[in-house]
Write a protein that binds this ligand. Structure first.
Ligand code: FES
Ligand code: FES
Length: 159
């Protein structure tokens, strides 16, 4: 199959490039665009480490052909800092000790961001549900859930 032209909005900026038709989004992000914050775990849509936001919704980028994001909005962990300042969710993960190896953290943080954009005041159950697609092998989930609760409070205080 011939290479195809792909144009999409990545972290707020339009990107135009030519890609192999069978490349997955995670490989485009990491290997061609150099955005290594998106992690690769199972490559089977099971672990969630490769989560990015597609039009604000979490998706597994390891099973999403890059060609499917034509003219769509993709956000990676690199795209949520503003003027080099951490997003409040990132800061809360640090403050609450919710990061150990950090392998799941980009996916957890992006999943939490999608949740808090829609529901600024989630219950613990809603937080658990929103993070259920991402596996963490290190921290257990208590600190991660606490971090999302803290981020929710910080976002509210910032208005
Ligand atoms: S690497 Fe994509 S779900 Fe595991
Ligand atoms: S912090 Fe290591 S996998 Fe979650």
């Amino acid at each position: 199959m011939n290479d195809i032209h792909l144009s999409f909005i990545l972290n707020g900026q339009r990107v135009n490039l030519v890609i192999a038709p069978n490349i997955m989004l995670v490989d485009l992000l990491r290997d061609i665009l150099g955005l290594k914050g998106t992690k690769v775990g199972c490559r089977e849509g099971e672990c969630g480490a490769c989560t990015v936001l597609l039009n604000g919704e979490p998706v597994n980028s390891c099973i999403l052909p890059a060609m499917k994001v034509m003219d769509q909005f993709v956000t990676t962990i690199e795209g949520i800092t503003k003027d080099h300042a951490l997003d409040p969710i990132q800061q809360a993960f640090i403050d609450e000790g919710a990061i150990q190896c950090g392998f799941c953290s980009p996916a957890m943080i992006l999943s939490a961001k999608a949740l808090l954009e829609k529901n600024p005041n989630p219950t613990e159950y809603q937080i658990k549900e929103s993070l259920s697609g991402v596996l963490c092998r290190c921290t257990g989930y208590k600190k991660i859930i606490k971090a999302v609760q803290t981020a929710s409070a910080i976002r509210k205080s910032l208005g």
